[in-house]
Design a protein. Structure first.
Length: 574
């Protein structure tokens, strides 16, 4: 029996619902209360990264119900399933952070396996915390069935003694507390009010950066990634996504028709324009890889270099996601870039219309100062830049939004893991002018490429945020600010130059020229390398060990599979 609305003869779910040989399969569906009509309609996967780890994803389960109503209203049968997420705010500053980046690929893999195993025809993918966003979008692109992405929404700002606060303030409060500038009672008061609702971190950190990417690249409905988690409008946006995925299914508009090279450039522009998270330079190449598009750290960096910085958002600026949404949302950012001649307006989106068509009725809001026009930018080049030099032949990345000085020269102070550097910061055994080097924290060496927010925020709390620099083959949080350079490649674990830096070597960092160099000659590097040997990590088995065996360089997105170029069949066409 075929649906009245969509012919299932070419859809994946025909393998589990059609024909007499699928009677056992249908019996399982009847057992869950589905009707005959529902069984023979298209089956739509509704994937959420819901869990009780943190506020980021806590509202996804409720929002999924609105998606399912939208699917049902347009004659589809929604099947909800969940996957893991690792919440960086909870994992930060200890060994738990080694699991964060690895979780991105586990999320993508687990969504793929669930979709394949049950032969679902389309996908609505819902995410909240940092890695769950790219993980879901990677799965959408990999599977290439008609798909829509939904962000769970951002948290509302907290109020502390008359001012707005976010979790970044708490990480920096740890530094204040360590030097006696904040007492126990004040810290306790702040931690109780900083995070007052469901939702992901409110600044332009990784979650909101990748949410902006989802709209800019065309995988999410306009405005859906900007509405804060507690706002009731989220239910309407979720229901609309459920209805629209059925329209995409009818016309077979697929993710890889949307995420073209130009769409990735649009996404990178919005990151640069808003001083977004450096992690976008890791996730955009990984997403592009799933589509078979070459788009590495340097390609991202080229876009960053050409894009004006126009969004006054935390951590480099003063506003949070709620303020942006109320000023006009992500479409306002895109409108500013399109009118300035930056965005590719002809890219297709999940609305079935192009970027330019989606933005045609968006009017510029001159009653706000969250987003500027490109003719009046905060600075003429992007809020994030890539670097290259003899210390990072495979590149590195730095957020310059909010930086006072774009050049830093100083002696190296070398640490082989984040905890040792954090201890030096806590005990103040470093000097003003030092370049703190944290190595063996890359994708393979960490393993897992930890973020260093605890360390960078503590430096700011001590008033030293712009008086030292920090470089690592690991990563930084989207909430990091200061002269902090991550993704240094090749990483120390595979013998990159950062493995051979010694205390006292003079390091030059210049975000205006793109330089990251050390005053060590090739001959001296070669001499030092003769006494170097790879080191074993503390993980001899388990998921983190497995990740270390598979993962590739940060430059290409820390990949764990061959991507579209290795495909022999495409799931959407089984």
């Amino acid at each position: 029996m075929a649906s009245n609305y969509v012919d299932k003869s070419r859809l994946p779910s025909r393998h589990v619902t059609e024909g007499p040989e699928r009677a056992p399969h249908r019996s399982y569906l009847y057992a869950m209360g589905l009707t005959t009509e529902q069984i023979h309609q298209p089956l739509i996967g509704v994937a959420t990264a819901w869990n009780e780890a943190a506020p980021c994803n806590i509202s996804l389960q409720r929002q999924a119900q609105a998606v399912k109503k939208g699917v049902a209203a347009n004659h589809g049968t929604a099947r909800e399933f969940t996957t893991i997420t690792v919440t960086d705010g909870i994992a930060m500053g200890h060994a738990g952070m080694k699991t964060s980046l690895a979780s991105r690929d586990v999320i993508a893999d687990s969504v793929e396996l669930t979709m394949r195993g049950h032969s679902y025809d389309a996908l609505v993918a819902m995410a909240g915390c940092d890695k769950s966003l790219p993980g879901m979008m990677m799965a959408m692109i990999r599977l290439n069935v008609p798909s829509i992405f939904i962000y769970g929404g951002s948290i509302l700002p907290g109020r502390f003694r008359g001012r707005d606060v976010v979790v970044q303030d708490l990480f920096e409060a740890v530094g204040l507390h360590s030097v006696g500038k904040m007492d126990d009672e004040t810290l306790d008061e702040l931690e109780r009010v900083a995070c007052p609702s469901a939702g992901s971190c409110g600044g332009q950190y990784t979650a909101n950066t990748m949410a902006m990417v989802a709209e800019a690249i065309g995988l999410a409905l306009p405005y859906s990634c900007g509405a804060p988690a507690p706002y009731e409008i989220r239910d309407a946006l979720c229901a609309a996504a459920g209805e629209q995925v059925m329209e995409l299914l009818k016309v077979q508009l697929r993710p890889r028709q949307i995420v073209t090279r130009e769409a990735f450039e649009n996404a990178a522009m919005t990151v640069a324009a808003t001083g977004g998270s450096t992690n976008a330079a890791l996730h955009l190449p990984a997403m592009a890889h799933e589509a078979g598009i070459d788009f590495d750290l340097f390609d991202v960096g080229e876009i960053f270099k050409k894009t004006p910085y126009i969004g006054d958002l935390k951590p480099g600026g003063k506003y949070v996601a709620k303020d942006l949404f109320e000023a006009g949302g992500i479409p306002l950012v895109m409108k500013a870039l399109l009118d300035g001649g930056y965005l590719h307006g002809d890219c297709m989106t999940v609305t079935g219309k192009t970027v330019a068509e989606n933005l045609s009725k968006v009017k510029w809001n001159d009653q706000q100062d969250v987003i500027r026009t490109t003719a009046n930018p905060i600075s003429p080049t992007g809020g994030v830049v890539s670097l290259r030099g003899n210390l990072a032949p495979d590149g590195a990345i730095v957020k310059v939004a909010g930086l006072k000085n774009l050049r830093f020269v100083g002696p190296a102070r070398v640490f082989d893991r984040e905890e040792d550097c954090f201890e030096a910061v806590e005990k103040r055994t470093y000097k003003e002018g030092d370049v703190l080097v944290i190595r063996y924290e890359g994708p393979k060496g960490g393993p897992g490429m930890r973020e260093m927010l605890s360390t960078t925020a503590a430096l700011y709390g001590q008033g030293m945020g712009d008086k030292v620099a920090l470089i690592t083959d690991g990563r930084f949080s989207g909430a990091t600010r200061g002269f902090c350079i991550g993704h240094v490649g090749p990483e120390a674990a595979i013998g990159g130059p950062i493995a051979h830096v010694q205390d006292g070597d003079i390091i030059t960092l210049d975000a205006s020229t793109g330089e990251i160099s050390v005053n060590v000659s090739e001959e001296e590097f070669a001499r030092r390398k003769t006494s170097w040997a790879p080191r074993e990590t503390e993980y001899g088995s388990g998921a983190i060990w497995k990740y270390a065996q598979l993962v590739g360089p940060a430059r290409f997105g820390a990949l764990t599979n061959p991507g579209a170029k290795g495909e022999k069949e495409q799931y959407a066409d089984i």
